[in-house]
Design a binder for this molecule. Structure first.
Ligand code: AMP
Length: 526
């Protein structure tokens, strides 16, 4: 099938051709004609399937008729993360270049006045993360009763991140008569129920079985004592031909620590997690996409939808708590028919998580050995660390981790800290062998040097989660993942006419109280 047969206009077809795409992907083939007919769509599709263009292309055509009024967007696209929102905006720029459409991107971490000016001009397409959209709405800066098309993208991710109440509030303010396009990579019952409420007689479009791993990804599993994960990772990075890679950690603090360690070992690495400021996140991502950063250490904020061309490797430094996240993480490589590699480092206590992943993907991940490193055996269980006695019965390794959310909000009592291992030199040269298996990885070999003596351990950042039963992911990365004061300022900027100060940075005393300033007033606001 060709794009021409889908009913798209000449300017849109031209933009698609300019981009070099000749054949629509299955989701585009199925969804575009339905969207053009004005029907609601319930799309079950993962990122990487061409899903974004499946709604962007027909929306551009629908929007080519009519004009936007100030502060009254004509269409609204909700995305769970800033990065995904920015990617959708890029799609509108690419495919809408022969159309005159106004677009606004409302995401956290970016100045309100710029966003307000864009809204004031009148926008055809509003792309937003739920939190920031509600902030504008509550400030009266936006009216949503002219929205004709609503897109809810990555609905299951919204659910994981705790955004569904925000999405429900937003949908309640929209006109009942509208077209709704609802996309989700998976359709658990909660999502199906939500879809039933938001959609009217939708056409269902499913393009790939939910949560299946692409067969262009060569997978490998390295089971080592937890203390050996860093050495194993460094050995893999050295022995594999890594063009560019993401290393996923379950916790933001571990992202920062591992980033430091990799840099210390001469790896060209960057870090990406939800506690970073938006400009820093954007800059890091741009550098990674441009090839200026080779290895990106990231939390699950990068697991979904990030579209980096030709990524050669994905490393799971931690086994993800949710088996679906495994599929999303490794799906950053092996895209567009190219071969990619994914290596997962598992400590014995992560055996339960591996079991769940292998059940989901319906295959056993081939085991790989890193010579010189002790190969451990996976243990049954739920992925929680044993309280005492990790390798060699060393005490003090317990922390509430696995089973907890992949984000960093404390959810329960803190457990004992782990010691950081920055001082440890990697055993520099290792030989990575591959166990036999259908998806065998080519042998990569280097010599080994003796392991340097270990210095005493420093304290490692505490894990911040207590275990949770359901497989959670990074919760509310858009808002909750930011430092609390940043979030506050986002939600109530009008009450903060002055620039924020750091805590305890002094400043003028409150006026009008003479010397009798109560202590709570003398403190700077947080
Ligand atoms: P998405 O699922 O929207 O994240 O898209 C994944 C990747 O596929 C992006 O890099 C798109 O630019 C690319 N893509 C989208 N449509 C097509 C197409 N028809 N042919 C080839 N690549 C495409």
């Amino acid at each position: 099938m060709s794009f021409e047969s889908l009913g798209l206009s000449a300017p849109v077809l031209q933009a698609v051709a300019d981009k070099g795409y000749t054949t629509p992907t299955p989701i585009q083939e199925k969804a575009i004609p339905i969207v053009l007919m004005g029907r609601d769509v319930l799309g079950c599709a993962q990122t990487g399937t061409g899903k974004t263009a499946s709604f962007v292309l027909p929306m551009i055509d629908i929007l080519s008729q009519g004009r936007a009024k100030a502060r009254m967007p004509r269409t609204l696209i909700l995305e769970p993360t800033r990065e995904l929102a920015a990617q959708v905006a890029e799609n509108f720029e690419t495919y809408g270049k022969h159309n005159k459409l106004n677009m606004a991107l409302l995401i956290g971490g970016v100045s309100f006045p710029d966003q307000e000016r864009a809204l004031e001009r009148g926008v055809d397409v509003l792309i937003a993360t739920p939190g920031r959209l509600l902030d504008h709405f509550e400030r009266g800066g936006i009216l949503l009763n002219d929205v004709k098309i609503l897109v809810i993208d990555e609905a299951d991710r919204m659910l994981d991140m705790g955004f569904i109440p925000d999405v429900e509030r937003i949908v309640a303010t929209l006109p009942a008569i509208r077209q709704t396009l609802f996309f989700s990579a998976t359709m658990p019952p909660e999502i199906k129920r939500l879809a039933d409420r938001f959609l009217s007689n939708p056409k269902e479009v499913t393009v790939s079985p939910p949560a299946s791993a692409s067969n262009t990804i060569v997978q490998g599993l390295i089971v080592v004592p937890e203390d050996d994960k860093r050495d194993a990772l460094l050995a893999l990075i050295k022995s594999q031909e890594v063009k560019n890679a993401i290393v996923f950690c379950n916790r933001k603090r571990d992202v920062a620590t591992l980033h430091t360690v990799l840099k210390k070992h001469g790896v060209n690495a960057g870090a990406l997690h939800g506690d970073m400021s938006q400009p820093a996140r954007t800059e890091t991502l741009e550098k990674f996409k441009a090839g200026d950063i080779q290895i990106l250490v990231a939390s699950d904020v990068a697991a979904r939808g990030l579209d980096v061309q030709d990524m050669s490797h994905v490393f799971n430094y931690d086994v993800p708590f949710s088996p679906e996240d495994y599929v999303h993480r490794i799906g950053r490589t092996g895209r567009a028919g190219k071969t990619g590699h994914s290596f997962t480092l598992a400590a014995p206590f992560e055996g339960g998580l591996i079991e769940a992943i292998e059940k989901l993907i319906g295959t056993t991940i081939p085991r790989i050995e890193v010579p010189g490193l002790e190969t451990a055996t996976l243990e049954a269980g739920d992925g929680r660390r044993r309280g005492r006695g990790g390798r060699g019965g060393r005490p003090g390794r317990s922390s509430g981790g696995a089973g907890a959310g992949a984000g960093d909000k404390p959810r329960g009592p803190r457990r004992e800290p782990r010691a950081p291992r920055e001082h440890r030199e990697p055993r520099p040269e290792a030989h990575v062998e591959v166990s036999a298996g259908p998806q065998a990885v080519a042998e990569a070999s280097v010599a080994r040097e003796p392991r340097p003596e270990r210095a005493p351990r420093e304290r490692r950042p505490e894990r911040e989660h207590a275990p949770r039963e359901h497989a959670p992911r990074e919760p509310r990365a858009e808002r909750s993942a930011q430092p609390p004061r940043e979030r506050q300022s986002e939600r109530r900027p009008e009450r903060r006419p002055e620039p924020r100060r750091d805590r305890d940075d002094g400043g003028p005393a409150p006026k009008g109280l003479g010397d009798h300033v109560p202590a709570f007033l003398a403190r700077q606001p947080r």
